[in-house]
Design a protein around this ligand. Structure first.
Ligand code: GRF
Length: 189
């Protein structure tokens, strides 16, 4: 069976790119749609380079209609990946993709998760707390921020001299190394 992935990303999209590249020559899994709420997101440039269809959404479309499901049908989407997408996922979408939608979070949940905990804020909190390790969490998506069942975690060390920017770099490396493979494994199950 050919799996069609939709990736939601609203920023740089470095994870989205890694995932697209990972599955480029895979005959069973393909990234078929990139969704963003940011019309200026660099991820759209990447999508264009790879010839992947894109969908720019606004709040009314996402929360007041279920039209995104029609788009998903059009592209036969059967798995959803959130990679730097900050909006809470509405119930109709959570239900439609139960155990078939994952998010990546740049910390070891349940630490440093929840509303407002994203990007550099997470790494600054890790630094402030003086933690000696941090990491990434890939989890299924439910109706709360960063709260669904955990699928995978990987850790890295935080040295006392590491700045939040240094931590961010380590985290991105971990994300890029693991996220595509974890998705592939989930789709093989
Ligand atoms: C990642 O650190 C991810 O954990 C978080 O948002 C960031 C997205 O980075 N959810 P990028 O746009 O993939 O570079």
């Amino acid at each position: 069976m050919l799996h069609h992935i939709a990736i939601f990303a609203s920023g740089t999209g470095s994870n989205a790119k890694k995932i697209v590249e990972h599955f480029k020559h895979n005959h069973n899994i393909t990234v078929s749609l990139i969704v963003t709420n940011n019309a200026d997101a660099p991820v759209l440039v990447m999508a264009r380079e790879y010839g992947i269809p894109t969908l720019v959404i606004d709040r009314d479309y996402f929360y007041k209609t279920e039209d995104i499901l029609k788009n998903f049908n059009k592209f036969s989407i059967d798995f959803v990946v959130l990679a730097g997408f900050l909006w809470l996922v509405p119930t109709y979408l959570v239900r439609a993709f139960e155990k078939r939608m994952v998010n990546i979070h740049p910390a070891l949940l349940p630490k440093y998760g929840g509303k407002g905990m994203y990007g550099m804020r997470v790494h600054e909190a890790v630094k402030k707390a003086g933690d000696t390790e941090t990491g990434i969490t890939i989890h299924f998506v439910n109706e709360q921020y960063d709260d669904g069942d955990i699928v995978f975690q990987a850790k890295c060390l935080v040295n006392t001299e590491d700045s939040p920017e240094d931590i961010a770099k380590k985290i991105h490396q971990l994300e890029h190394r693991h996220f595509p493979k974890v998705i592939e494994k989930l789709l093989a199950e």
